[in-house]
Ligand binder design. Structure first.
Ligand SMILES: [Zn+2]
Length: 294
């Protein structure tokens, strides 16, 4: 995310639609967005379609940047020909999340600012939620029974990614009791073994789930962007919460809604930070109600 002043681009006539209903309006969108999930969340799809298409620039050595005002994303013309391959699809999904958040606005005025009270709420209730998760049903932390506590679509997606039910159950058990970083590391190792081009985005998406958690909990949990990065933005509602936190949480929640594996990714985002995730979805609906392209 970078800042600049100026007007965003205009909506263009939709030409092609991807499986989930994404409007593919430019060659850039046709190359990248067509690699997103066919079961992307409908509110994320509508918010994407209500956002003018981003322009694309590429500076060798640069990676993943959305520039507000100019409304462009830094990415190569074709991910398929890059050494990082599908990793670029995940990068672009995150940067388009910033575009949905910031288009037509400066960085101090992003739509994701509205996440701030929800992030405060998730931070304030984290310890209590973890305690009740650990004190809850013993099944939740039992590798053989833990999967039953996942929503069916997330469970099916997990078993598709990690066909070994024992490994999937271990992941679910570790996740259910709030050991989020450990669970993501386990799943990342399993996902690295994936072969298809589309699912090759999954390991990158899991890193971004960790970044989502880091943004919500200011790195008390999760990982990703540094505290130094977050502190470079203006403070909101007291200490340790800036527009950097709200913007990165929003961009990663969007990524989870649109990439292959979304059934699982969005569940991980929602269960790690329920108030923040609910507020993010409400922002999507507001974008669709207020700023749709005719
Ligand atoms: Zn970002």
């Amino acid at each position: 995310m970078r800042t600049a002043n100026g007007a965003a681009g205009r909506c263009r006539r939709h030409q092609v639609k991807a499986g989930a209903g994404f409007a593919l309006r430019t060659p850039f969108e046709r190359r990248y967005v067509s690699a997103f999930s066919a079961s992307a969340h409908p509110d994320a799809v509508r918010a994407f379609n209500a956002t003018p298409p981003v322009a694309r620039k590429f500076f060798p050595g640069a990676r993943g940047l959305y520039r507000t005002g100019h409304h462009y994303v830094v990415a190569p013309a074709s991910w398929a020909e890059m050494p990082e391959g599908a990793g670029w699809v995940a990068v672009v999904a995150h940067e388009i999340g910033h575009a949905v958040d910031f288009h037509g606005r400066g960085v101090a005025n992003g739509r994701s600012l509205w996440l701030a009270p929800a992030i405060r709420r998730d931070r304030a209730t984290l310890d209590g939620r973890l305690q009740s998760a650990m004190a809850g049903s013993r099944e939740k932390g039992d590798a053989r029974l833990a999967l039953a506590h996942f929503p069916s679509a997330a469970r099916a997606r997990l078993l598709h990614l990690v066909p070994d039910p024992g490994a999937a159950g271990t992941f679910a058990a570790v996740w259910n009791v709030g050991r989020m970083e450990e669970a993501l590391a386990l799943l990342g190792r399993s996902a690295l073994a994936l072969r298809s081009d589309r699912e090759a985005t999954v390991p990158h998406a899991l890193v971004k789930i960790s970044d989502f958690i880091g943004a919500v909990y200011d790195l008390e949990r999760g990982g990703g962007h540094s505290r130094r990065y977050y502190r470079s933005f203006g403070q909101i509602l007291g200490p340790a919460l800036t527009v950097g936190h709200t913007a990165e949480a929003f961009a990663n929640a969007f990524l989870a809604d649109v990439l292959e594996g979304t059934e699982l990714l969005s569940f991980l985002a929602a269960s790690s930070a329920p108030a923040t995730h609910a507020a993010y979805r409400e922002i999507l609906r507001r974008i669709v109600r207020g700023q749709g392209c005719a």
